[in-house]
Write a protein that binds this ligand. Sequence first.
Ligand SMILES: NC(=O)c1ccc[n+]([C@@H]2O[C@H](COP(=O)([O-])OP(=O)(O)OC[C@H]3O[C@@H](n4cnc5c(N)ncnc54)[C@H](OP(=O)(O)O)[C@@H]3O)[C@@H](O)[C@H]2O)c1
Length: 256
Amino acid sequence: MEPSLAGRRALVTGASRGIGRAMAEELGRAGAAVVLVARSRADLDQAADAVRQSGATAVAITADLATDDPATLAARAADELGGIDIVINNAAVLQPLGRSGPEIDPVAWRQSLEINVTAPAMITFALLPQLLAARWGRIVNISSGVAANPGAMINANAYAATKAAIEGHTLNLAAELEGTGVTANVYRPGTVDTEMQQTLRTQDPDKTGAFLPDRFRRLYERGGLITPEHSARSLVQRIADAGNGQILSVADASPQ
Ligand SMILES: NC(=O)c1ccc[n+]([C@@H]2O[C@H](COP(=O)([O-])OP(=O)(O)OC[C@H]3O[C@@H](n4cnc5c(N)ncnc54)[C@H](OP(=O)(O)O)[C@@H]3O)[C@@H](O)[C@H]2O)c1
């Protein structure tokens, strides 16, 4: 049987590790060519090699979404593969973490909006003309359960705000795209065993408050995390047929 995404070309941000890397690998297994984006060259090269293991084309582009021009990045990705059909805006940062107050660094706050919301939107906007011209495109913005339950991540105020914002952006865009063949969906990937999770459970309670490390250490200790591969598979299997304007969550399956 032909892989479900044969001939499709995907862009995945934050693909050097964690969920983004697993998504790039899963897209490759499904037959797509993949552009992988992140800052760390060595990790990105390793991830691209892993995608190539399934015979897929993989191109690594280093970029910092806080500072590099998203439109230039999008154009470069499209040049590399002769176009993009699938956009997965996955890269995100947690910082700044800590009790809300004057000690929260405003530069870090703005940077979190830049990386988690503005860059994804601008990457998408840059690629929209070609997606619309092709009358087929899949835009998926990675959110978090915190968008539905903001109190679950006290002391991560910027992160919670950005995940609410990316969902608003995505669902509004989806309404605009209805009937075009291009869809925009949100994906909440579950609680996944990645560096981001490790960062949460190892925060110094004296610096950032006890809520985050306590909550995420408990989750980890009781085996409540799923693998990046599980989360990635759950999205990629549905990506072609997911509809439009959906908030997709990782499919139920026992944590592995
Ligand atoms: N893990 C979870 O339990 C969980 C739960 C809910 C939602 N999510 C969401 O899932 C997505 C992936 O999370 P993860 O757990 O896999 O995180 P992660 O392990 O921290 O990986 C984040 C990825 O983003 C890249 N990145 C970070 N800052 C960047 C920047 N300025 N420019 C370009 N790339 C940047 C990182 O690569 P470099 O450092 O090489 O740049 C890395 O590839 C995020 O949107 C996160 O909010 C995760």
